[in-house]
Design a protein around this ligand. Structure first.
Ligand code: URA
Length: 443
């Protein structure tokens, strides 16, 4: 084996000379080795990668090496196994809706999820707002519940792609997060380690997302598909709008309430329709039928109540109070609330999702530092969305928090986040584009 020189890797990447597969493997091995590659050299390499880029082959090699830095899961189940990943958004509760739909249609979805990050929410925090529910499942219980409910949601363990964990922490403090190849390797190493045959990527685009425009999001999607295909996985990416929050609720308990509202039969709302489309895409990838059949199947799983039954089985299986599926009001919201009203009449031309996400953190729904506890009852319910007409004094949104002072702080930010105009804005579709493995795109 060739002698490994980290300095040489930094020089090559800086000069856009591709690293070999072996160099990338050794570099990743060095991240978790004892002694590890020093942080100053890793940081220099990350910055070189940010400025000079990595080609597709290097990105795929980095993804695989990071995947192999920890546990790689394998599922021995009697039906296809699918996974879905969102690159992080505001109000994004799709996992809570689409996993039960997909499970009700005969496709397994063992989900490893994370907590909220910055202004974006996390599925684990949302689920933990259900009284009694635990996401710290041991592997045997996780598998047993996946077999019984068709899906389960566990907290991502430190043993999944540990090289990414270390690298991500370093990227976070060295301004090297916003690199497409590095984001691709970070996300896909964890996705590939969770062992699903079919992977649906929900790539968020807009002010509230990592990717601020369609071109960057399409490039990230293309890289992620290329890494998934290099590992023999079936993968589709959907580019979705994050210039507005997803759905009408932002927070934890309040988002679980909204997910339950959709599963109770609301297939017509923007959120309901979106989740059904995503679920249908997964069913189609898993070979459950034609695109039209899969759409009908996903809708039927909701209207028949079968998806809600799956959610109840999963909640009970994870120790939670499954009666919340019939009584979502049991998911308590924080004691203080205030409704923001329009200062003038007009059309809602923007609802800046990043500011709305940050305001939800101020209300207590997210964390300022890693050690903070969250208030599961805090959050925001929107009463209107982009393109809606409002009259002067009309309700824009209601905030929930434990303390009045939190409402004051969030109100100032939310007043900036909601923009009114004199003209009806052009409607922007929620799904911008679908990118499939053969690089075909629609929309
Ligand atoms: N999410 C991740 O897991 N990694 C990134 O680099 C960005 C978002």
């Amino acid at each position: 084996m060739a002698v490994f020189h980290m300095g040489e890797c930094i020089r090559k990447t800086k000069q856009q000379i591709p690293l070999t597969n072996e160099e990338i493997r050794q570099l990743v091995r060095g991240i978790t080795a004892e002694p590890p590659i020093p942080d100053y050299q890793l940081a220099a390499w990350l910055m070189a990668a940010c400025f000079s880029g990595l080609n597709d082959a290097e990105t795929a090699a980095l993804t695989m090496a990071m995947r192999d830095s920890g546990q790689v899961m394998h599922w021995d189940l009697d039906a296809p196994v699918a996974d879905k990943h969102s690159t992080g958004g505001v109000g994004d509760k799709t996992t809570l809706i689409l996993a039960p739909i997909v499970a009700a249609c005969g496709v397994y979805m063992p989900k490893m999820s994370g907590r909220g990050l910055g202004h974006t929410g996390g599925t684990i925090d949302k689920l933990e707002s259900i009284p009694g529910l635990s996401t710290a499942l041991d592997p045997a219980d996780f598998l047993a519940l996946v077999k019984k409910a068709g899906f389960a949601v566990a907290m991502q363990t430190g043993n999944l792609a540990p090289a990414d964990k270390k690298l991500y922490a370093l990227r976070d403090v060295t301004e090297t997060v916003d690199s497409i190849p590095l984001i691709c390797a970070s996300i896909m190493s964890k996705k590939l380690a969770t062992g699903a045959d079919h992977i649906l990527l929900d790539v968020k685009v807009g002010s509230g997302a990592f990717m601020k425009n369609d071109d960057d999001a399409a490039e990230l999607a293309r890289r992620m598909l290329s890494a998934a295909n290099a590992d023999g996985r079936d993968c589709t990416a959907i580019l979705t709008d994050m210039d507005r929050p997803l759905g009408m609720c932002i927070g934890n308990a309040i988002e679980v309430q909204e997910a339950i509202e959709v599963l109770a039969g609301d297939t017509e709302s923007e959120l309901g329709g979106f989740c059904i489309e995503l679920a249908a895409e997964i069913l189609h990838m898993a070979g459950r039928g034609t695109a039209e059949q899969c759409l009908a199947m996903a809708k039927d799983a909701v209207t028949s109540g079968r998806a809600m039954e799956r959610l109840a089985v999963m909640i009970a299986g994870q120790g939670g109070d499954a009666s919340v599926t019939e009584h979502p009001e049991k998911l308590a919201l924080s004691a203080c609330s205030r409704t923001l009203r329009a200062a003038r009449g007009g059309w809602i031309s923007a609802m800046h999702s990043e500011e709305i996400g940050r305001a939800s953190v101020l209300l207590g729904a997210g964390r300022m530092t890693k050690a903070d506890a969250i208030d599961s009852g805090a959050g925001i319910r929107l009463h209107c969305k982009n393109g809606d007409a409002v009259e002067q004094g009309g309700a824009l949104l209601t905030m929930y928090a434990a303390k009045e002072s939190q409402l004051d702080e969030a109100e100032a930010m939310l007043r900036q986040a909601v923009v009114l105009s004199d003209e009806k804005p052009e409607a922007v579709p929620l799904i911008h584009r679908v990118v499939r493995s053969d690089s075909s795109a629609r929309n």
